[in-house]
Design a protein around this ligand. Structure first.
Ligand SMILES: [Fe+2]
Ligand SMILES: [Fe+2]
Length: 207
């Protein structure tokens, strides 16, 4: 794991065939949270990187292999970790027979992680505009953007300086196909005071 801030670590793998990195984050607090599990084949690498550290929660933005493919493998090692996700993904987890203690969250809910506070943001993600979640840690002003604000390339060690408003405005039809829901999310995101963007793919953004 690479330290990003005193409370944030990142684990990254790179797929050269699609020229894309896959990030998972550990928010280190009294109640540590893993943001995404990566896909199942990457589980041994992530578990090695976690080095047996405590894990209280696993956040899953939406039901896709790079966000939660290794969920079973991680829960085998961390059976008491609670999965925090949206309603649709919670249904998929049950439907695929994954045994998990799931906390279903929705927009505006805040989860206390000891000294940090994680705010949930509705995210019309992926196929069928399924309702996913994004999250924002209020004290460190860190936004976990999942599949938004991503960059291609092997950016394991790079941090990029960007502009929050520009990043929000760049969310396009390929990411959220429905114009109304795209506008609603953009308006919601512009209410946040963000210093750091931790995307699911590509470098950390300082904004
Ligand atoms: Fe995704
Ligand atoms: Fe992703």
């Amino acid at each position: 794991m690479t330290a990003i801030t005193p409370h944030l670590w990142r684990h990254t793998t790179y797929n050269q065939f699609i020229d894309l990195t896959f990030n998972q984050y550990l928010i280190g607090t009294a109640h540590p949270m893993l943001i995404h599990t990566g896909s199942a084949p990457e589980a041994p690498s992530l578990l090695k990187a976690l080095k047996g550290r405590k894990l209280s929660y696993i956040f899953v933005s939406h039901f896709e292999s790079d966000e939660c493919g290794a969920l079973s493998a991680i829960l085998n090692v961390y059976p008491s970790a609670k999965v925090v996700t949206g309603e649709v993904t919670a249904r998929q987890i049950t439907g695929f027979g994954i045994k998990a203690d799931v906390i279903t969250a929705s927009d505006g809910e805040v989860l206390s992680l000891g000294d940090l506070e994680l705010e949930m943001i509705a995210y019309p993600s992926e196929m069928h505009l399924w309702d996913g979640l994004l999250c924002y840690e209020r004290k460190s002003k860190t936004f976990f953007s999942s599949d938004l604000m991503i960059r291609f390339g092997n950016s394991d060690v790079n941090q990029v300086t960007s502009d929050w408003k520009q990043e929000v405005e760049a969310i396009g039809v390929m990411q959220i196909a429905d114009a109304d829901r795209r506008r609603t999310l953009k308006e919601r995101l512009l209410t946040l005071d963000v210093d750091l963007v931790a995307p699911g793919h590509g470098p950390i953004l300082t904004v």
